[in-house]
Design a protein around this ligand. Sequence first.
Ligand code: ADE
Length: 331
Amino acid sequence: SGGGLPALGKETIAQQIKGLEEIGSGLHGSVYRALWHGEFIAVKKFQSWDDESWRHELDIYKTQMISHRNILRVIAAASRDNGTATERWLVTEFHPHGSLYDYLGTHSLKPLQCFKLLNSLICAIEHLHRTIHTRKEIDGCMHTISKIAIVHRDVKSRNILVSNGGECILADFGLSLRLDQWQNQLKNKAERFNKKIGTTRYMPPEVLGDTLDTSSFENYKKADMYSIALVIWEILSRTLLRGMVNEDLCPYNQPYTRELGNTPDPSIGQMTEVVVCRRQRPIIPHEIVRDPLFKNVAKLSMECWDPKPTNRHSALRMLKSLTELEQMYKN
Ligand code: ADE
């Protein structure tokens, strides 16, 4: 016996995690930076009454083949009895830059940094949306390994992290819906999932106006693409093109700040008025519109916030077009 030393291997992951410091709080709980075996990690603590959210998000992260360099990596799930209730934790890798929202508020971007953020973001959403079947040999037998399609349903700059290498890391899968979950939902005719979910500021017109046709999973992907378009606009609004200096940039603002005024949490009614009734969209900065190359990036994002979901690009189309534009910029 170890005379006071913790029995190795008997410590729970929660006990191995030290020095928790709160770095943010949201609807489903708070996020902490902490140390685990000498390395920084992030801990998302869920409200004790909200086991469902913890299980749901964990379930999404456990999806076969979900791992991708631009999707937040989960290290462990942990539970801790705090005396009155069981706390549920989600332990993930830690990204010191924090969210894209924080990053854009404090950084301006050079064109290549802009492309890096854009391409990595689209890469993440393309991987999430995609269904993949691959054949793989395991122990001499061929197996089919599949990645099932997932929609995020809460894409916004606060749910995206920025890696040390300047890439976007997609996070916060609490509202995500997997193709198999959606199919079960249809079969059971159970409207388990509320229709108007997500963040009102980033809600596409068909969600705001209740015209989203939930009988096709593709429509959910197009709804994600609308929110992606707003994030692309946010990234473009912080990009310094040739000859520009920081003073030429507008201070960072979330989408629709100009249209709504400084309303921190716009209501569904306010958003419906702006996005559905008046069909307003964020304004692309003049410098971007005038640039022979970046005007094409702006055009791609504008095509993704089209009121008609079928007019929006798929993530794969976006990825191909953006990669071409980045190549043209480099040449
Ligand atoms: N904020 C929320 N999750 C985070 C993470 N994994 N790393 C850094 N900041 C975060």
